[in-house]
Design a protein around this ligand. Structure first.
Ligand SMILES: Cc1ncc(COP(=O)(O)O)c(C=O)c1O
Length: 386
């Protein structure tokens, strides 16, 4: 029996003593390390905060919302969804847009509605490491088909996997995390034609794609079971505000409304997100610079003789190191935090300010001169997706 805790005054069991769901035993909370270091290039944030004028407007909106914080928020967040629809364009209306606390929550709603016990979700690995956790949390079977050596999704591989598994949900990430690879619309359309269930294209990073890259939003009118997921966390510089959204047919959105918790989006979130959307051009102003920061760092990494994945996102995957953890740690020791993620040997660096990118290059150049930078032989890409 556990002794009462001196700190809390309650019984203080260990995790192993609690009747946890069996599939959660041994699991740890997801998350990149949040460390207090000078240069944070690890979670693909936009490094530029809003201007003082936008901050002041957000503060005023919070003050107004706080004046009626005794009441529940507008449950369907219709004004916010109308703003999101206007931002997306493509003739979308509020009834075709869903919003939640980050696209993480949007995707959980999708799996709660369309996945679940006895159902499956198929994606293409390596991909975003939260997806298996959404699947686990909703008791949906997690299935993957492999990406190509250049991390692209081959249409024949995709169609074969759909035919084999008959998944209830197909999750295509474009541009993909952690590789930065975009999926072409013809592949998305072919998967939509073949899939027996719903198809979600996660476009969390789409604003960073090369100009002219089409969005899967274009396919919505012709594919009623397609949904396109977006976030304000990346290009929109609103990661702390927690706002993700999705565009789909009104009936698809109605399905998500069935599973959401009541009042899931706080009045404060809705108010601040609406201010951010009212200033969309300003919030998105750094995208052009961040694209160049990405392209510059990719070229520099290639010049160092490293393997670099072609990226349409605000980060670059590079490697491959015999001991990537040692390289990651050596960068951290120099005050630069990047992400140890993706298949074996790879590391991911986010696009930051010019000062941050200069600090990254200086630190990595020093590490590459040292003993920890041994490379893996070029060849087949293997390893875990995490
Ligand atoms: C591909 C992808 N989708 C979704 C998300 C979740 O974003 P958020 O919950 O902040 O909207 C991320 C975050 O890194 C991501 O990389």
């Amino acid at each position: 029996m556990s002794a009462p805790s001196a700190v809390t005054g309650t019984a203080d069991p260990t995790l192993a003593e609690l009747p946890l769901r069996p599939e959660l035993v041994g699991e740890v909370p997801y998350g990149a390390p949040q460390l207090d270091v000078p240069v944070c290039l690890n979670v693909n944030e936009n490094p530029y905060p809003p201007s003082p004028a936008v901050v002041a407007e957000m503060a005023a909106a919070v003050a107004t919302a706080a004046g009626s914080v005794n009441r529940y928020p507008e449950r369907d967040a219709l004004a916010l969804r109308a703003d999101l629809a206007a931002y997306l364009g493509h003739g979308l209306g509020p009834e075709q847009v869903w919003a939640a606390n980050g696209s993480n929550e949007v995707m959980v709603h999708v799996l709660q509605a369309f996945g679940g016990p006895g159902r499956s979700v198929l994606s293409f690995a390596p991909t975003y490491s939260m997806y298996p956790e959404y699947a686990r949390g909703t008791h949906t079977r997690w299935l993957t088909a492999p990406r190509e050596d250049d991390f692209g999704v081959d249409v024949d591989t995709a169609l074969a996997a759909v035919a084999q598994h008959q998944p209830d949900v197909v999750l295509l990430t474009s541009p993909n995390n952690p590789t930065g690879t975009a999926v072409d619309l013809a592949t998305v359309a072919a998967v939509c034609e073949a899939a027996p269930g719903v198809v979600v294209v996660d476009e969390a990073y789409v604003e960073f794609a090369r100009p002219g890259t089409p969005s899967a939003l274009e396919l919505l009118p012709s594919h009623p079971r397609l949904a396109v997921s977006r976030t304000m966390s990346k290009a929109f510089a609103f990661a702390g505000g927690r706002l993700g959204y999705l565009a789909a047919a009104p009936a698809f959105v109605d399905a998500l409304r069935v599973v959401r918790l009541p009042y899931h989006l706080s009045a404060l979130t809705q108010a601040v997100a609406r201010v951010a959307l009212a200033h969309a051009p300003e919030m998105l102003a750094a995208v052009v610079e961040l694209r160049s920061a990405r392209d510059d760092v990719a070229a520099w990494l290639t010049d160092q003789g490293l393997e670099v994945a072609a990226s349409d996102a605000n980060f670059v995957l590079f490697g491959r190191f015999a001991d990537r953890h040692a390289v990651w740690q050596a960068l951290l020791d120099r005050g630069v935090l990047i992400r140890e993620v993706g298949p074996a040997g790879w590391l991911r660096v986010s696009a930051g300010t010019p000062q941050e990118m200069a600090a990254f290059r200086t630190a990595l150049a020093a590490v590459l001169d040292g003993p920890v930078a041994e490379r893996l032989p070029t060849g087949a890409l293997t390893g875990s997706v995490r």
